[in-house]
Design a protein around this ligand. Structure first.
Ligand code: DGY
Length: 335
């Protein structure tokens, strides 16, 4: 793809250096240099005539964007495993190929799930603040008592690739692993994790609930007041999926009344505009959507897109090309 015939591509966000260099070598690349989050209208204006749109989960690749860039647009490549920000119905209608970045971020996301779990259970925010603020008067037998992980039941809602990595780490902490998916995993994949066909039944045993299911409009506010009420007293909720899956009013109410012990949240509805009530709560540990934010994962995610696009331009089908069945499958297990 060298020389004057290079396809035109538009990069909505800044990727890692080596990935951007690879893209510049292959495409007539235009870049959103200041790395702001572009609106659909801005994307259509900036990427006009592009055959490839390189994006991330921060951009809404809706019907207006896809139709606005059609018929030139052939491929959308998103630096994310999730693709709930892309209108897959219109993608199919227009025959556009969509690449995403599964697998290579599973370890990084599982690590963040454990970070949130530990900080929520062991009161990480309050502990850090006590030291930084100078208000620590010294060790005390009853200071900042949290809940231990050993022997507790973790319920993983969405036991896909990331969920299974979380399960492996939770086992190492001595937790009993339960999960809810539409369908049970094979024995080998489940590795003794206990399956619950019914989400409500699973919630009733969740000392710690980890939401790792793929985001989708059908699951909006699936964790609502009624479901939070099913969790055991003093349960902990962790969300690394999408903020929209949780009803913020219900969660904030449960945290402020002490119905839940704590929460660890990496994702929020309407990012980056976090519901300000979370900031006021001591029993929430917050992080800014950094699940896959390691150098290793972000590089690997970018290279998966570079290699996938190479394959598509050569007429072959890369494993990370989404198709019709993927959007059905995503409702079941994967993330
Ligand atoms: C993903 O990969 O879907 C993460 O949430 C980052 O967007």
């Amino acid at each position: 793809m060298a020389g004057a015939t290079r396809p035109k591509a538009y990069l909505c966000r800044r990727y890692t250096e080596s990935v951007e260099a690879a893209l510049r070598a292959r495409y007539e690349l235009q870049v959103n240099e200041d790395d702001t989050i572009l609106s659909p209208e801005e994307i259509v204006r900036a990427a006009s005539g592009s055959q490839v749109l390189l994006t991330s989960a921060t951009e809404q690749i809706n019907a207006d964007v896809l139709r606005g860039l059609s018929p030139a647009l052939r491929f959308v490549a998103t630096l994310s495993v999730g693709y709930d920000h892309i209108d897959m119905g219109v993608v199919r209608e227009l025959g556009i190929g969509v690449l995403h970045t599964p697998d290579v971020l599973s370890d990084a996301c599982a690590e963040i799930a454990m970070m949130l779990m530990l900080n929520a259970c062991r009161r990480g925010y309050e502990a850090d603040r006590m030291v930084r603020s100078g208000s620590w008067t010294g060790w005390s037998p009853t200071q900042l008592l949290g809940v231990g992980l050993k022997g507790k039941r973790v319920v993983i809602f969405g036991m896909g690739r990331i969920g299974r990595e979380i399960a492996a780490r939770a086992r190492a902490f001595g937790m009993e692993v339960h999960y809810h998916n539409r369908r049970p995993l094979s024995q080998e994949q489940a590795a003794n994790a206990i399956y619950h066909a019914d989400l409500d039944e699973a919630l009733q045993v969740a000392d710690v609930l980890v939401i790792a299911v793929p985001g989708s409009p059908q699951l909006k506010r699936v964790i609502n007041a009624a479901r939070i009420a099913l969790l055991p007293a003093d349960a902990v909720l962790v969300n690394i999926s999408r903020g929209e899956l949780v009803d913020d009013n219900a969660l904030i109410n449960a945290l402020s009344t002490g119905r839940l012990f704590a929460a660890g949240l990496d994702v929020f509805a309407n990012e980056p505009n976090v519901d300000p009530r979370y900031r006021e709560l001591d029993n929430v540990f917050l992080s800014p959507h950094i699940g896959s934010a390691t150098k290793e994962a972000r590089d690997a995610m970018g290279w998966l897109l570079v290699d996938g696009l190479d394959a598509l331009f050569q007429g072959t089908t890369p494993a990370n090309l989404l198709d019709h069945t993927d959007s059905i499958r995503s409702q079941e297990t994967i993330r």
